[in-house]
Design a protein around this ligand. Structure first.
Ligand SMILES: NC(=O)c1ccc[n+]([C@@H]2O[C@H](COP(=O)([O-])OP(=O)(O)OC[C@H]3O[C@@H](n4cnc5c(N)ncnc54)[C@H](O)[C@@H]3O)[C@@H](O)[C@H]2O)c1
Length: 284
């Protein structure tokens, strides 16, 4: 018996990285899974997003747990496509109980050089995309009358500002407002909403040259320099947490162990935001 037996979990950005880990973790807990992702790159991003092959691999890995998996190519910026996907999930899998709004991107430039196109792409994906996801799902959760749990993946950048990434910081702060609004308006239906704030997670979003350059402060940044600086930002001695560390938080929040937990910001940040802007490790 899994603690999510009989539930359906919908996860955006499920083709790789944290989204894939969440899909597998929730399937291991007994939920049937729906995942979506894009299969074309985004115009302004300095790194590649997921491929169609990534999505198929996630579907295969989820199916190997014995749970059902519905996988579809859906861009969360596309409101109609998102609504159609959610309707299909509800009809084919028998409803939606758990929503993990995870799809997200990052882009870098000094604030005064951030282009309109970069701004739009990040805000459209990270904030409006999460809005489109929950806006499509919530009526199903309410109509079903069996409660539910919504988890929005924010970031440490939803609590403190990350230099060189204004749109990301703004979008991830916005996610907190969306989470609180969901908690305030949906509590009476037994629907909970919470946000997770990870520090750097070992995924393609940060394991790329653009992020190495940001951390190094110049082009040609190395993985070693990124790792050393990334570790200094955390209080605990770790540079990147693993996707599974965030999945553990998701598994808790969507389970009955968290049945009275709503409106919270759960940090999986190795202490990064406890003592901004840096930390005193090595001094005290
Ligand atoms: N990696 C980190 O250090 C880190 C830290 C804190 C928070 N986060 C957040 O975690 C979430 C997952 O990121 P990740 O680390 O797994 O990175 P990732 O790049 O591996 O995964 C993000 C996924 O979202 C998908 N995606 C992007 N735009 C989309 C769109 N418009 N529609 C549908 N899918 C889309 C990507 O194709 C990719 O599969 C994101 O919201 C990210 O902002 C990441």
């Amino acid at each position: 018996m899994g603690r999510l037996d009989g539930k359906v979990a919908l996860i955006t950005g499920g083709a790789r990285g944290q989204g894939r880990s969440h899909a597998i973790g929730l399937a291991q807990d007994g939920a049937d899974i729906a995942i979506c992702d894009i299969d074309t790159g985004l115009a302004t991003l300095p790194y590649a997003t997921a491929t169609a092959e990534d999505l198929v691999e996630s579907e295969t890995l989820v199916s190997a747990t014995g749970r059902r998996c519905l996988a579809a190519t859906v861009d969360v910026r596309d409101r109609d496509a998102t609504r159609e996907f959610v309707a299909r999930v509800a009809s084919e899998l028998g409803g939606v109980d758990i929503v993990v709004a995870n799809a997200g991107i990052i882009n870098y430039a000094p604030l005064w050089e951030f282009s309109d196109e970069q701004w739009d792409e990040v805000l459209d994906t990270n904030l409006t995309g999460m809005w489109n996801t929950v806006r499509a799902c919530v009526p199903h959760l309410i109509d079903q009358g069996r409660g539910g749990s919504i988890v929005l993946i924010s970031s440490t950048a939803g609590l403190v500002a990350v230099p060189g990434s204004v749109a990301y910081t703004v979008s991830k702060h916005g996610v907190v407002g969306l989470m609180r609004s969901l908690a305030v308006e949906l509590g009476r239906f037994g629907i909970r909403a919470n946000a997770i704030h990870p520090t750097s997670v070992r995924t393609p979003m940060v394991e790329n040259q653009a992020t190495r350059d940001l951390f190094a402060g110049h082009e040609g940044g190395t993985a070693e320099v990124q790792e050393a600086i990334s570790e200094r930002l955390n209080l605990l001695p770790v540079a990147f947490v693993d996707p599974s560390d965030v999945t553990n938080a998701v598994r808790y929040l969507v389970s009955d162990d968290a049945r009275w937990v709503t409106g919270t910001s759960l940090k999986v940040d190795a202490g990064a935001t406890a003592n901004p802007p840096g930390n005193w490790r090595g001094i005290n």
